[in-house]
Design a protein around this ligand. Structure first.
Ligand code: SF4
Length: 57
């Protein structure tokens, strides 16, 4: 799929296993994503998640 015209250049992303990832370039194709944390007290980058992630089939 060519998604360069739908890549959102405001949302860089390298999660190629996500169905919303633009395969040709490291961007998300959604217009908006939701970011959250699974930690009570997040202290580092690894504590934060993209909650819009959906696994590719
Ligand atoms: S939904 Fe989140 S994880 Fe998926 S491509 Fe967009 S930014 Fe990346």
């Amino acid at each position: 799929m060519n998604c360069n015209n739908t890549a959102n250049h405001s949302i860089g992303c390298t999660v190629e296993k996500c169905k919303f990832h633009c395969n040709e370039s490291n961007y998300c194709t959604l217009s908006k994503v939701s970011i959250g944390t699974h930690e009570t007290n997040p202290t580092e980058c690894q504590c934060v998640d993209c909650e819009s992630f959906v696994a590719k089939n």
